[in-house]
Design a binder for this molecule. Structure first.
Ligand SMILES: N[C@@H](CCC(=O)N[C@@H](CS)C(=O)NCC(=O)O)C(=O)O
Length: 205
């Protein structure tokens, strides 16, 4: 039975679509649509997993939530030749793991807080939003410094960490986040030219 990915439009789930394409694993995408007003996921996702969020991966009746866990699961099961992740004894492995999880952790959190506090009416110049802006800037500078020294997040080679970091960087780019950050801009050019990235766009993100 092929893997099933529950994909929500305009969501971080596109990182897993990209990764599945990179791995070349046969899969079925089940599309779910955000509520036009609330932007929340439809209630049918709650029937698949108690948190009702996307992405959700189904493999032979087993449901897995959380992007980082899904990525690690896919890599462990479908990347035996280490095409998309460094070996555990490689010096690149710790950095790979850090970026794989930073994509949903410290570098992503300030964007989410900025969005929610903005929706709740916090002005851009309020102390809390200023603090978020500082955290976003710090993360963007860290990414730029890393990509100045390495072509990809795990070092010399493209990996699943690039797929996971993509959403954060590309949504930041839409807000001018690449200005003055040439290494990050070069990384975006490189990875968006990959056939698996283009196939992800074709799915309808
Ligand atoms: N920590 C989870 C976050 C999942 C999540 O919040 N997904 C969002 C899409 S970006 C969602 O389903 N939002 C709709 C909702 O909460 O109703 C992960 O890494 O997968």
């Amino acid at each position: 039975m092929p893997l099933k990915l529950h994909h929500l439009n305009a969501s971080r789930s596109q990182r897993i679509v990209w990764l599945l394409n990179e791995l070349g694993v046969p899969h079925e995408i089940i599309h779910h649509k955000r509520d036009e007003t609330t932007r929340l996921a439809p209630p049918d996702l709650l029937k698949i997993h108690p948190m009702g969020k996307s992405p959700l991966l189904e493999d032979d009746g087993i449901v897995i939530a959380e992007t980082g866990a899904i990525a690690e699961y896919l890599i462990a099961k479908f990347d035996p030749d280490h095409r998309l992740h460094p070996r555990a004894d490689s010096p690149d492995f710790p950095r790979y793991l850090e970026w794989l999880h930073a994509a949903e952790g410290a570098v992503f959190l300030p964007s989410l807080l900025t969005l929610y506090l903005g929706l709740a009416g916090a002005a851009a110049d309020s102390p809390i939003q200023q603090r978020n802006a500082q955290e976003l800037e710090k993360a963007a500078n860290y990414i730029e410094a890393h990509l100045t020294q390495h072509p990809y997040f795990a070092g010399e080679n493209f990996s699943a960490a690039d797929c996971l970091m993509g959403f954060q960087i590309m949504s930041g780019a839409a807000r001018g986040g690449l200005t003055g950050r040439p290494a990050t801009a070069a990384w975006v050019q490189k990875v968006t030219a990959r056939p698996a990235f283009k196939a992800m766009l074709a799915v309808g993100v």
